[in-house]
Design a binder for this molecule. Structure first.
Ligand code: NAD
Length: 511
C-alpha cells in the first residue's frame, strides 16, 4: 500500500495473541501482538476498547491495541503477586537462562523489532537496528548478573557473633516506560527485575506499545512462567497507575519519562513507601574547549544531538563553545547537519525521521522562535518540513542569549543551541545552571582539564571526548531533577534487591 498503511486485525483465544500485520508499503511485519499480556496469556481489554497507534511519519493508524482498564492492570498485578514466590525461588541460573534465551530471540527477530520501532516511533531503520542491539544487551548483561547476586559473611567488630548479609528480590514491580526507545527502556527494567527474582508489570507508552508487546511474546517463547511479566498498555495512564501504586502488594515503582510526571509519581509512591527508580528528563551541556580536536568534537556532537532526532534524555541540549574554536565548530557542524536525508524511518537512506507528534514540532518551533527573538542567529533550518507527518528541519542556532527558553527546556528535537564562552570557570557555571543533571559532554585534549570538568559538572554521567555514553554495563542515571537510581551495570540489579542482615552468635562460644 502506498497511502501509508494497511492493518488487518484478528482476535484469537485468550492464550494466543490477538495479532496484526503492519504493512506501510515499504516494510511488512506480521504477528504483532495487540492484546494485553496478563498471567501468561493474551486477552482483550475488559472494556472491549482499543486505542490507535499511529506512524508519525505519515499520521496513518498502523494498529489498534487493547486498552487496559484499571481492572485489567490489577489482574496483571494479581498474577505477578501469585508468581512472585516461585520466580524468586527459581535458581539464579534458571532465571539467567530465560533472559539469555530471550536475548537470542530478540536477535532472531531483530529485523521485525527494528521495523516495528521505526513504524511506531519514526526512527530510521539503521537507528532502530542499533536500538535492537543496545536493548538486547540489557537481557544478556542481566542474564550474567543474575548469577552474581552475592552477599557477605563476617565476624562482628566485638567478635561475639557472625553477621550475614543476604539479598532478596524486592517483590512485584510496576514499570512505566517512555516512547523514545521502545525496546531499550523496557529491557533496561525487565532485565534486572527478572534477574533479581522480581515479577513485573509494564505499562509502555501509549504512543509505542507494539515493541513491548512483541518483546512479551518473545519472553513467553523463551519459557518465562505465567504471571512473571505482564504488559498492559492503556490510553489512561493515571487511572491505571494510581491503584497499582497504592496497592500494598506492589513493592517497587520504576519510571522513565519526564520530570513532572516522575515527581507526581514519587508523591503517590510515598504513601505506599515504595522503592523507586526514576530516570527523568535531561538538559545536557556539551562543552567544547579551544584545545579540542575539532573533528572528534563535531562527530560526537552530531551523535549526542541528532541520535533519535534529538528525542533522547541524553541529547545534548545546550552547546557551550569556547570563543577560539567557535567559528570553526559552527561551520563544520553546520556542514554535517546539511547532509541529513529526511524521510520515513522505514525508507532506505533516511537519516532523520519525524518527531513523535505535532506537539513536539510545535515545541521545537516555539523554542527556536523565542531564541531568535532574543538575539540568536539562525544558521540553518528553523522551519517545519513540508510533507505529511510530524517533521522539523535540523536546525543550528548560534550566539543564543541568556534567558532564552531553549536553555532551560528539554528541546527533544533536532535543534543545536550554541552559546560562546571564554573561561573554564564560565563553562562550569553555564553547564551547571540547570535543575537537571543527567549527562554532560566535554571536549578537550587536556586530560587534567577533562578530569576537573568531570569532577565539577553536576551530572550523573560525563562523556569525555565522546558523544554516546549508554551501555548495558554502565551505571546509567542522573542527579538533581534527572532522577534517582541507576539502570545497567551491577547497580541496576541492586535497584531490585533488598539487603537483609542476619546476626548469629559466635559459633565457637560456649553455649
Ligand atoms: P512522559 O513523562 O510524558 O511519559 C512517560 C510515561 O509515563 C508514558 O508511559 C506515559 O504514558 C506515562 N505517564 C504520563 N503521565 C502519567 C501519569 N500521570 N501517571 C502514570 N503514568 C503516566 O514522558 P515521554 O514524553 O514519554 O518521554 C520523554 C521524557 O522521558 C523526556 O523528559 C526524557 O528525557 C525522558 N527520558 C528519560 C530517560 C532517562 O533514562 N533518564 C530515558 C528516556 C526518556
Amino acid at each position: 500500500m502506498s497511502d501509508g498503511t494497511a492493518t488487518t486485525a484478528r482476535t484469537t483465544t485468550a492464550t494466543t495473541a490477538p495479532t496484526t500485520t503492519i504493512d506501510d508499503g515499504v516494510v511488512r511485519v506480521t504477528d504483532v501482538p495487540t492484546g494485553l499480556f496478563i498471567a501468561g496469556g493474551w486477552r482483550a481489554s475488559s472494556s472491549g476498547r482499543t486505542f490507535d497507534v499511529r506512524d508519525p511519519s505519515t499520521g496513518a493508524v498502523i494498529a489498534a491495541v487493547a486498552d487496559a482498564t484499571p481492572e485489567d492492570a490489577m489482574a496483571a498485578l494479581d498474577a505477578a503477586v501469585v508468581a512472585q514466590d516461585a520466580w524468586a525461588a527459581t535458581s539464579p541460573r534458571g532465571r539467567s537462562d530465560v533472559l539469555r534465551r530471550t536475548f537470542d530471540l530478540v536477535h532472531e527477530h531483530a529485523e521485525d523489532l527494528a521495523r516495528l520501532m521505526s513504524l511506531e516511533m519514526g526512527k530510521p531503520l539503521a537507528e532502530a537496528r542499533g536500538e535492537v542491539v543496545y536493548g538486547a544487551e540489557f537481557l544478556r548483561w542481566f542474564s550474567e548478573e543474575a548469577v552474581r547476586i552475592g552477599g557477605s559473611y563476617g565476624t562482628n567488630p566485638e567478635g561475639t557473633g557472625r553477621a550475614i548479609v543476604l539479598k532478596r528480590p524486592v517483590g512485584p514491580v510496576y514499570a512505566i516506560t517512555p516512547w523514545n526507545f521502545p525496546l531499550a527502556m523496557a529491557t533496561r527494567k525487565i532485565g534486572p527485575a527478572l534477574a533479581a527474582g522480581c515479577t513485573i508489570v509494564v505499562k509502555p507508552a501509549d504512543l509505542t506499545p507494539l515493541t513491548t508487546l512483541y518483546l512479551a511474546r518473545l519472553f513467553a517463547e523463551a519459557g518465562l512462567p505465567a504471571g512473571v511479566l505482564g504488559v498492559v498498555p492503556t490510553s489512561d495512564a493515571p487511572a491505571q497507575s494510581g491503584p497499582l501504586i497504592a496497592d500494598p502488594r506492589l513493592r517497587k515503582l520504576t519510571f522513565t519519562g519526564s520530570t513532572p510526571v516522575g515527581s507526581a509519581l514519587l508523591k503517590l509512591a510515598a504513601d505506599n513507601v515504595l522503592r523507586t527508580s526514576m530516570e527523568l528528563g535531561g538538559n545536557a551541556p556539551l562543552v567544547v574547549f579551544d584545545d579540542a580536536d575539532l573533528e572528534t568534537a563535531v562527530s560526537a556532537a552530531m551523535a549526542a544531538k541528532f541520535r533519535n532526532v534529538g528525542e533522547a534524555c541524553t541529547a545534548a541540549n545546550r552547546f557551550f563553545v569556547q570563543a577560539g574554536i567557535a567559528d570553526a565548530f559552527v561551520t563544520a557542524l553546520t556542514d554535517r547537519v546539511r547532509g541529513f536525508r529526511i524521510g520515513r524511518g522505514t525508507e532506505d537512506g533516511t537519516t532523520m525521521g519525524p518527531l513523535i507528534d505535532e506537539r513536539s514540532v510545535d515545541k521545537a518551533a516555539r523554542l527556536v522562535a523565542d531564541a531568535v527573538d532574543r538575539g540568536a542567529t539562525l544558521v540553518l533550518g528553523g522551519e517545519r518540513v513540508d510533507r505529511p507527518g510530524t517533521y522539523y528541519a535540523p536546525t543550528v542556532l548560534d550566539t543564543v542569549q541568556p534567558g532564552s527558553a531553549i536553555l532551560s527546556t528539554e528541546i527533544f528535537g533536532p535543534v543545536v543551541a550554541i552559546t560562546r564562552f571564554d573561561t573554564e570557570a564560565e563553562a562550569v557555571r553555564l553547564a551547571n545552571d540547570t535543575e537537571y543533571g543527567l549527562v554532560s559532554y566535554v571536549f578537550t585534549k587536556d586530560l587534567a582539564r577533562g578530569q576537573r570538568m568531570a569532577e565539577r559538572l553536576e551530572s550523573g554521567m560525563v562523556g569525555l571526548n565522546t558523544g554516546v555514553v549508554s551501555n548495558a554495563a554502565a551505571p546509567f542515571g542522573g542527579v538533581k531533577a534527572s532522577g534517582l537510581g541507576r539502570e545497567g551495570a551491577h547497580d541496576g540489579l541492586e535497584e531490585y534487591l533488598e539487603t537483609v542482615y542476619v546476626l548469629t552468635p559466635d559459633p565457637f562460644a560456649a553455649p
